[in-house]
Design a protein around this ligand. Structure first.
Ligand code: GAL
Length: 731
């Protein structure tokens, strides 16, 4: 053979070999997803990496730091899933993940959904956006975390638009083959045969995956929350009542508003100023408007002297007329929003220029917090996905983390000043658990607001079902009642100009609930402390409550769930009643309803207002009248309440306690106390006071509360015990 022929033959063979190798490589990759290698990172928490994870992700954007001590207290737990059934592969430059599901398993979470609790069967694209009326993944906090009633949680740490098939796909090679039915003749035919997997697509070269052990679903949530820093501890005043005034109010009108609250005998802890406090808005200057607020310092001082704090609305888009425009310009993205430049808040310089202005003009004169608006969507209002940011983070990553970044840098300003803040945000995401911000939006379905409140507890965020306006007095009081059992008791009158007394027919009832909220501050404050120290969400779904979630029986599986709400509840889809703290079960009514069903978990439950026995593991029907929102207390429940003050007690101010006990069981409660305003609790300056209710020598229930430890905060004055169910005990 001559040399040239030989050469071309070998070229041909080697080309052929390359083709074969490439072909078999892609073929085997397409078939064999890899099993992930799990590495423990904290007790009951494991991490794995698929592909090459990106450096910028939800945890780096939020700066979340695990609370290792609290996690250690929870103890270790076995890996909650069969690791062989969790697979990952990189195809098409993206991460393909698969997690197992078993029959009857329910999953919850995937962020702040408004219509559904039960997420199995959903197809979602987790994308920060203003909620648009459908649970499709586009929402204010599309947290890529889900939790299973089999007692584990899964978190995907990626700031990408993650796609999820939550138990909808049927894998050809799955162990339990689908029943194949004939649609022509078999009534049981379904277009969606049983699926045993959660499939997740992360459009990135890699990502981190975390698994959280139980044993219960609530434990998995607690581990997730603690891993992300634990919940925020609000200032005590943050749990008081707040009113947001019309957008163009002047300082004089705001002062008058506070006086009117006094005149009408309504509590008020902080007022929110809407866009008109700024000289220009949409885009913003971050400067006081000189006509409406000629003397900001004097105005803030006057309000603080009245015991009223101020919260300021802003969006982050910088007007050419802002004093920081020129300085921040080099650190902004390629596209504008409402004619304003868009700071790249993942860059230190942008953070410093922005917070420098806020500190100088507002925080230093005593402003106590912000409402961070417009960091969620809609697409047509924000930058497009082709925008370029100077940090090199993609427009998509910026969209997924913008709310996180703003919460982080603004809360940092208050920490530096050793003052706690309590604000509002319209976007958050995984990792944002510890930020002192409550999510709100422009959507206004009362029912869906309650579903969102329930879902917030699955994904480490807080939500307020804010009250704005109402068509009727009935709607007004119904909305008002629920906002008093939420993380922020607020009327947002920016457009409506409503006041708590706007509907005179129900003014007394509104006042009653505003003051009840104030009385419940010691209880809610402690429940938030549990969120902070133990990771337990203060507002959460009934499915996380023991005794509510029995195993699905054959009867339930086969039942027509449509016409049996109790069976529906057992499947987890109960979205109109929830737990507020350890002991309270809240069952709101909506306009048009005069009665409703309430599902009481196993164990005795008592009426909050009267202490009367209400039921045990059953469905009851209540007909409460407009002046009551049904609230029930667990047997042995202890509810510490303070007098109906119009303001939350200031640091160091003593307050009396009425400690209520419900039911017949002995009661035990740890009451949290600190100065309520600073971060000194991080230095150990807090106390847990032990409350006990048990039979005394004479067999009668008696209550006791432990003394505060030496040198620890002691804000509690006189204590009285009230045994709410004592008379009913004889029955
Ligand atoms: C909206 C916000 C409202 C109000 C308004 C003021 O975006 O959701 O609560 O603040 O802006 O312009």
């Amino acid at each position: 053979m001559d040399k040239t022929v030989n050469h071309s033959l070998s070229v041909c063979i080697s080309k052929f070999t390359v083709i074969i190798v490439l072909f078999s490589f892609s073929f085997s990759q397409a078939r064999a997803q890899e099993i992930l290698r799990w590495e423990p990172v904290a007790p009951g928490i494991w991490k794995a990496e698929a592909g090459t994870p990106e450096r910028y992700n939800l945890l780096t954007a939020s700066g979340a730091k695990p609370v290792i001590k609290a996690l250690e207290k929870m103890g270790s737990a076995p890996f909650p899933l069969d690791p062989a059934l969790i697979t990952a592969g990189i195809f098409d430059g993206q991460v393909y993940l698969k997690f197992p599901l078993v029959r009857g398993e329910r999953i919850f979470g995937f962020g702040l959904n408004f219509k559904t609790i039960y997420q199995r069967g959903k197809i979602l694209t987790l994308h920060v956006d203003h909620y648009g009326g459908t649970d499709n993944g586009r929402t204010h906090a599309p947290v890529p975390f889900y939790v299973s009633d089999r007692g584990y949680g899964v978190f995907i740490n990626s700031a990408r638009y993650i796609r999820v098939w939550a138990g909808t796909s049927v894998n050809r090679d799955r162990q339990e083959p689908s029943a194949v039915r004939d649609r022509n003749t078999d009534k049981r035919w379904t277009s969606a045969p049983y699926s045993d997997a959660v499939d997740i697509l992360v459009p990135a070269a890699g990502c981190e995956i975390y698994i959280f052990a139980g044993p219960s679903a609530l434990d998995a949530i607690r581990r997730f929350n603690l891993f992300c820093g634990g919940g925020p501890l609000p200032p005590r005043w943050g749990l008081g009542f707040t009113q947001r005034v019309p957008t163009l109010y002047t300082s004089q009108q705001v002062i008058r508003e506070a006086e009117e609250f006094d005149a009408h005998n309504f509590p008020l802890d902080f007022i929110g100023l809407e866009p008109g406090w700024q000289s220009r808005a949409y885009p913003c200057t971050f400067e006081w408007d000189k006509t409406r607020y000629p003397d900001p310092e004097g105005f803030v001082r006057t309000m603080l002297e009245k015991g009223i704090r101020l919260n300021l609305w802003t969006n982050p888009y910088v007007s050419p007329e802002s004093p920081v425009y020129e300085k921040i310009l080099p650190y902004t993205g390629s596209h504008n929003v409402w004619g304003g430049i868009v700071p790249d808040f993942s860059i230190k310089e942008a953070q410093e220029i922005f917070t420098g202005q806020l500190k100088k003009s507002q925080v230093s004169i005593g402003i106590s917090g912000y409402k961070i608006d417009e960091v969620d969507g809609y697409d047509r209002w924000l930058w497009p996905d082709v925008a370029i940011f100077p940090s090199g983070n993609s427009a998509e990553q910026m969209r997924q983390t913008y709310g996180l970044l703003l919460q982080r840098i603004t809360s940092e300003m208050f920490r530096e000043a050793n003052r706690r803040t309590w604000g509002l945000t319209r976007a958050s995401n995984g990792g944002g658990v510890s930020f002192p911000y409550v999510i709100y939006n422009d959507y206004y379905s009362h029912e869906d607001f309650i579903t969102a409140l329930i879902n917030s507890g699955f994904c480490g965020v807080l939500w307020t079902p804010e009250v704005r306006s109402s068509k009727t007095a009935e709607e007004w009081i119904r909305r008002f009642q629920t906002v008093c059992f939420s993380p922020m008791a607020m009327i947002n009158a920016w457009a409506s100009g409503t006041k708590p007394w706007s509907f005179p027919e129900v003014e007394d009832d509104v006042r009653y609930y505003a003051y009840l909220r104030m009385q419940l501050i010691p209880y809610f404050y402690t429940e938030f402390a549990k969120y902070h120290y133990d990771g337990t969400p203060p507002f959460r779904s009934m499915v996380l409550e023991e005794g509510f979630n029995p195993v699905e029986t054959e009867e339930i599986k086969n039942a027509n769930l449509e016409d049996n709400p109790y069976l529906e509840a057992l499947r987890g889809e109960i979205k109109d009643q929830y737990m507020a703290g350890e002991y309270l079960l809240v069952a709101p009514l909506f306009a048009g309803q005069t009665s409703r069903k309430v599902i009481l978990p196993k164990g005795n439950w008592y009426d909050f207002y009267t202490g009367e026995y209400a039921g045990n593991g059953e469905i009851i029907t209540v007909t409460p009248g407009l002046n009551r929102i049904p609230v029930f207390v667990k047997d042995g429940g202890i509810i510490p309440m303070m007098p109906p003050y119009s303001k939350a007690p200031a640091a160091g101010k003593k307050y009396d306690l009425e400690i209520r006990h419900y039911g017949t069981k002995e009661g035990h409660y740890l009451l949290y106390d600190d100065d309520g305003e600073t971060f000194d609790y991080e230095k150990g300056i807090f106390s847990w006071r032990e409350i006990r209710v048990e039979p005394g020598k004479n067999g009668r229930m008696t209550g006791s509360i432990s003394k505060a430890e030496k040198w620890k905060p002691d804000n509690i004055g006189n204590v009285t015990f009230r045994f709410m169910s004592l008379n009913q005990q004889k029955k």
